[in-house]
Write a protein that binds this ligand. Sequence first.
Ligand code: 5RP
Length: 220
Amino acid sequence: MIEKKAVGEAAAQYVKDGMVVGLGTGSTVYYTIQKVGEYVKEGMNIRAIPTSEETKMLALDLNIPLVTFAEVNHLDVVIDGADEVDCHFALTKGGGGALLREKLIADATDLFIVVADSSKMVEKLGKFPLPVEVTPFSWERTARQIEELGSIATRRLNGTEPYISDNGNYILDCSFEVIENPEELSQKLNRIPGVVENGLFVNMAKIVFTVEEGKVVRKM
Ligand code: 5RP
């Protein structure tokens, strides 16, 4: 919790008056969003697009003005968490189920900032099962096709019911153990019919805030 707060707050310094900001999802970026709420309260003109319904509720609670892609095309900065960050700063995301909107929003900026406590930093991705969002129709066949790429694909549950994403889809948590080439895997996954998006974010992060030896560090 202390690390999450430290990195989450450190990233908030990139949010300036007049900006349109993408707000990520999860317990780390939560602290960034709290800071953005404080900036708004102090009178800064900030508008935001949330990456999930959960973040939307949080932003509304904090009176952060929200916009949609009907009004804006480009975001000044996007700040989000990650489930794993590898040594080339490729990410696994989607532990919170928001990977599709997270990727759409990260794609809309030139400044995608990741906030990740030290437990998220890994040499290679893969220990954390890769979330893949799929259409419910024929999800079983899509899962089998994903398994042919060398994983075990498990449909995420919410209690005993299937977990449904904000977009009305299922999430498959796919254990690959080690992902040697995230870019290649991402392309292969997205070529499978029924895959809406996968949780690999390759060459997208511009800055990563993490903690090393008890101190917040900025990578890249
Ligand atoms: C949600 C995500 C989150 O960014 C990721 O799961 C990290 O969450 P947390 O900061 O709670 O560890 O990708 O879909």
